[in-house]
Design a protein around this ligand. Structure first.
Ligand code: SER
Length: 369
């Protein structure tokens, strides 16, 4: 709310989240960024009655170019489902204002210490580099040039793209005990909180890159990440967005969180996957063997497998998806309506998976014998 209200005071139109299942875009299975619903506006094929916008977008990254499925649970900050806060300019402001807004919101509104923020820019983007260095005054030792992999953002194999600049939060301490690492270390000391994309190009299916009709802005801040920073915890899973789901998973399995890393991974996977499943089922996706249904099936079965690893031997997943729906209902009242339906979908999949697994184990036992 703070994010959206801030950009409203700067004249941005508050726009509701688009659906998780993209409408009219065959290049994506699921919405993967706040800019998806504005893709045609960036490309100059659609016009809105506003030139700047702000949103909190439901995103799901478990397929396609942006796929965090295998990372979830193993890190403290990746999710399949997450909410992306963003501000957008469609041929209105560009790099300078986008950087000014980001710095102002972080340091004056969220009151993050400027010493705790590290900035990266694309190595060829001298303009962004000098805005940060000379206009904002970021010291040289907290401003880094990075390559394409880190600082050039594309929506998918095709579509809008451009160089970007990221803000990273420095927790000052590394969970792994590193003392002198820098922003590209993945030890957990640094967390990317905001990505400012300077949308300038469109990539077509032949790989040809052409300039967009006008330079534009697309930013994305992970709600779960800024929440961790503002709640003073180093893991998204320790925020109030996930903690009740972890606690319920502990109750169901009789396992304590924080005592064994392998079990913690499973507990985090249950928290993430149950929340994501509640949202995906709410949009009418059901488990199946292809496309979106297959992604959902993979998600549910992965959660079920981790539940088994934790020793849960009775049906459990629907109690977690129901809890996730209740936790998110203030912002997404539609989850209340689909809560019981979602529980039935999950229970049916659980039953099917258990019988597949029992049959498979029997076959395996026979072969091994
Ligand atoms: N589209 C960019 C991202 O997803 C910024 O919003 O990171």
């Amino acid at each position: 709310e703070t994010f959206l209200a801030y950009f409203e005071t700067k004249g941005h139109q508050r726009v509701a989240s688009g659906p998780l299942v993209p409408q009219n875009d065959s290049t994506l299975l699921f919405t993967n960024a706040g800019m998806n619903q504005f893709k045609d506006v960036f490309l100059g094929r659609d016009q809105r009655n506003y030139k700047t916008a702000t949103s909190s977008q439901k995103c799901f990254r478990a397929s396609g170019k942006h796929n965090d499925l295998e990372t979830v649970g193993r890190t403290s900050r990746h999710h399949t489902f997450f909410e992306m806060l963003g501000n957008f300019s469609f041929a209105d402001y560009f790099k300078k204002e986008a950087i000014e807004y980001a710095w102002d919101l972080c340091t004056n509104v969220y009151k993050l210490s400027s010493d705790s923020l590290i900035v990266t820019v694309f190595r060829e983007d001298e303009e962004a580099f000098s805005i940060w260095k000379d206009h904002i005054g970021i010291p040289r030792d907290r401003l880094f040039k990075m390559g394409e992999e880190e600082n050039y953002w594309s929506m998918g194999e095709t579509g809008p793209c451009g160089p970007c600049s990221e803000l990273h939060y420095d927790f000052g301490v590394s969970p792994l005990g590193h003392l002198d690492c820098t922003v590209d270390c993945d030890c957990g000391r640094f967390m990317e909180i905001w990505n400012l994309v300077f949308m300038q190009y469109n990539r077509d299916s032949s790989g040809t890159v052409t300039p967009l009709p006008s330079p534009s802005i697309d930013t994305g801040m992970g709600l779960e990440r800024i929440t961790a920073v503002l709640q003073g915890v180093q893991s998204n899973y320790d925020t109030d967005l996930f903690r009740p789901l972890i606690e319920e998973s502990c109750r169901l399995s009789g396992i304590a969180y924080g005592e064994n890393e392998k079990k913690d991974v499973s507990l985090r996977i249950l928290a993430d996957h149950s929340r994501a499943s509640a949202f995906v089922v709410n949009e009418g996706v059901i488990p199946g063997n292809e496309g979106k249904g297959y992604v959902l099936r993979k998600l549910l079965r992965r959660a079920l497998r981790h539940g088994r690893t934790l020793g849960i031997d009775q049906p459990f997943l629907s109690s977690l998806t129901s809890l996730a729906s209740e936790m998110m209902q203030d912002s997404y009242p539609e989850l209340t309506d689909s809560r019981d339906y979602c529980a039935r979908v999950v229970e049916a999949e659980e039953e099917k998976f258990n019988s597949t697994l029992s049959h498979g184990m029997q076959l395996l036992d026979e072969i091994v014998a």
